[in-house]
Design a protein. Structure first.
Length: 484
């Protein structure tokens, strides 16, 4: 029977062997880590772990080695950054793990290489906090306790949070008692217990020397400068509200916001400000109802019925109110990808209202619509550009892989990937994308099926002019109001 301590000890033995043989990271991942996670109850077959998860950080696609999922909500819970056993940690390794955690809103992270480090992504802090450093030694109680927390069958988010919160309190206490002020308080305590006056302080100091210092790697202070951290950037795309010239700069109603969650809240407030007569259900219907982490909105009554861990994922300190006095809250679990959908929904509503307000004026104006053709072949709509591009490229280059096609296209359009695998679409996008993709898959030279975005417009097509010229394809645009 594999008890937790046995699993930990076997892991330590594997690490020692890996260090002796200078084991490579890929081998460490495929053999040791996959086996240990399996023994702890994490496997692809149980659908509670994702290996090699692709993420978009600062407009660059990166890969997280392992992502452990919450057993109930299936949200990203623990990010594991893996290095070979003989690796020597750099500041970049830590900042990379931080960026993964912040991008996915995962509350916990593990660095596993020449040592184990536990990080806690507390939302009210700029960066995740180092909670503990554990060395590879058999029968190490802290290592065994970590593995007990990692046991998938008994996984409990409250236990993880309590462990991290208590660790922060411990480290804060250690910092105090090792300071000059803390040591002075210890002398004062001794004097009071002995019943002596403060006049004996100097005499006590001459007799007794108090040395309080931090021992072991658990309390090693990490001096990682902010400039070393990989900063998330707003994606450079042609979307209202995104300032492509600035990092972390979202703009609405003339105000700038530097986080996706604050921007999402500002979007909802903007709607209420412009249309104070709206009821809660009308506000909900304006925006997508939910994303992968759960509902975008909850009424206050719905919120208080939820567990504490769920309530923490909403702006509980900023409740909003509709025209009927219904109090509700907005989710704070946002990424660049999803907040773009919120902004687009708001802009769409405003566009519809403007059209309704100017119906008479627009009825008198000539209808203008741009048509596109490539090498004389007319596209059905601007939205079909991506599907046409991918289909034609694969037809002209029958040995090409989809990655080659993707290199010519932007990674995202309106917050959604331009190309996704059919499996990824069915699992993550089909129910959430609100018809953002063509349902008909396209196969590459290896027989893999892919789904293509239909979110192309005149701006994104115009940005492809250099690519089309490079491929020798001639793009023509015409104003249909003047005849094609």
């Amino acid at each position: 029977m594999n008890t937790i301590i046995n699993v930990w000890n076997n892991f330590c033995k594997s690490i020692k062997i890996g260090q002796k043989n200078n084991q490579k990271e890929i081998s460490f991942e495929k053999s040791t880590m996959t086996e240990i996670l399996s023994l702890l109850g994490w496997s692809r077959f149980k659908e509670n772990v994702i290996e090699q998860k692709r993420m978009d950080v600062s407009n660059t696609e990166v890969i997280a080695d392992f992502v452990l999922l919450d057993p109930v909500s299936k949200r990203d819970e623990i990010i594991i950054e893996l290095k070979r056993p003989n690796h020597i940690q750099t500041k970049g390794d830590v900042s990379q793990l931080w960026s993964y955690m912040k991008q996915s809103f995962a509350p916990y992270g593990l660095y596993i290489g020449e040592k184990i480090q536990i990080y806690y992504n507390k939302l009210d802090r700029n960066n995740p906090s180092l909670i503990n450093t554990i060395e590879y030694s058999e029968n190490n109680r802290e290592g065994a306790f970590l593995f007990s927390l990692l046991n998938a069958d008994t996984f409990n988010e409250d236990k993880w949070k309590n462990y991290c919160e208590d660790s922060l309190k411990l480290m804060k206490s250690v910092e105090y008692w090792t300071s000059d002020k803390g040591k002075a308080e210890l002398f004062q305590f001794i004097l009071e217990r002995a019943g002596l006056s403060p006049d004996f302080t100097d005499r006590l100091r001459s007799i007794l020397s108090i040395s309080v210092q931090k021992n072991g790697p658990s309390y090693k202070k990490e001096n990682i400068e902010q400039s070393d951290v990989v900063q998330e950037e707003t994606e450079d795309r042609t979307m209202n509200g995104f300032d492509s010239k600035s990092k972390h700069d979202y703009v609405i109603d003339g105000q700038h916001y530097h986080t996706a969650k604050d921007y999402a809240l500002a979007i909802v407030k903007s709607l209420i400000k412009d249309e104070p007569q709206l009821k809660y259900e009308q506000i909900k219907q304006t925006f997508p109802k939910s994303f992968s982490w759960g509902p975008v909105f909850l009424t206050w009554n719905e919120l208080i019925a939820k567990k504490k861990s769920v309530r923490s994922r909403y702006f509980t300190d900023v409740p909003l109110r509709d025209s009927n006095g219904v109090n509700f809250v907005v989710s704070n679990q946002w990424t660049h990808e999803y907040v773009g959908e919120m902004r687009k929904a708001l802009d769409k509503r405003k566009e519809v209202q403007e059209k309704e307000a100017n119906t008479d004026v627009k009825a008198k104006a000539p209808r203008r619509k741009t048509s596109y053709s490539i090498d004389g072949e007319r596209l059905t709509t601007a939205a079909s550009f991506g599907y046409y591009f991918v289909s034609r490229y694969l037809k002209e280059h029958p040995q090409a892989k989809i990655s080659e096609v993707q290199s010519y296209l932007p990674l995202y359009l309106w917050g959604f990937k331009t190309i996704v695998t059919k499996e990824e679409w069915e699992k993550e996008y089909k129910d959430l994308s609100h018809k953002r993709y063509y349902n008909t898959p396209i196969s590459d030279s290896e027989g893999n099926e892919y789904i293509v975005s239909n979110q192309w417009d005149k701006n994104s097509i115009a940005n492809m002019s250099n690519v089309l010229s490079q491929l020798g394809w001639k793009l023509e645009t015409k104003d249909d109001s003047k005849g094609f």
